[in-house]
Design a protein around this ligand. Sequence first.
Ligand code: YXS
Length: 259
Amino acid sequence: MAIINTQLQDNIGTITFNNPEHRNILSSELVSEMLQAIGALQKGKMRVLIIRALKGSKVWSAGHDVHELPMPGRDPLSYNDPLVTILRSIQSLPIPVIAMIEGSVWGGACDLALSCDIQIGCQSSAFCMTPAKIGVPYNVSGILHFMNIMGVNVAKEMFFTAEPLSAERAYHCGLLNHLVDVEQLEEFTYTLASKITRNSPLSIGVIKEQIRLLASAHPMSPVTFERVQGLRRTVYDSKDYAEGIQAFLEKRTPVFSGE
Ligand code: YXS
């Protein structure tokens, strides 16, 4: 059974997560299916892409597949990691991508939702950033992404507490463009997408790329980059990182030693 469903109608593409049993985790299999679907939809004159879960979902996506996180010694969010790959693909897609969010959003799935250009949620759209809960050193582009969208203070709170941000708080902090009643979510999203399809795709594509380039234009000296990589390595080499993964797999609360 396909773990995503794909549809193209009136220049609006839709990718629907269809792995509710495993809470739509962003496994390498799901990411591979998404990348293939995006390529196919682009050939069909798609002007807007909507990414969503099945109607009635309690979880939009539970984030990175923890079973696929590497054991200590390897960067869990390197450039070629499947999650990082799909984030780049969405951010550089020359058309608007709308995250239609019903259900809770966890870890890397928050970055996926925020990598989309517009986020439309409902009462169940909570967002939880989980690196500190699992002992993962989040990556530089991901952290910059959160800082740009919600500001430093809220980003710090999300990363430090690893607690869910409610839909109302998410809307208030700029993680959601719109917060609508769940019964109106689908119609509201597709109406907005339809408006976009009537505008110039060339102008929209260039404006999206200009914003991406400006938002990521943060000069970092080689020494600073190497310092960041060194700091991140102390985390993914740590006992805490191993404990975070082991605790998740054993379905127990992790006990972090700070080593
Ligand atoms: O035990 P079975 O085989 O039935 O599978 C269970 C879960 O193990 C599985 N599952 C996952 N498997 C791998 N990776 C995941 N992230 C993941 N999440 C869930 O799905 C089956 C049903 O899960 P269950 O029974 O817990 O469902 P629930 O409805 O009671 O609870 C739904 C959630 C989402 C609240 C719960 O599954 C949960 O807290 N999942 C973990 C969310 C999370 O911590 N995600 C972050 C992953 S790490 C990541 O994204 C980045 C590396 S980072 O941390 O840096 O942001």
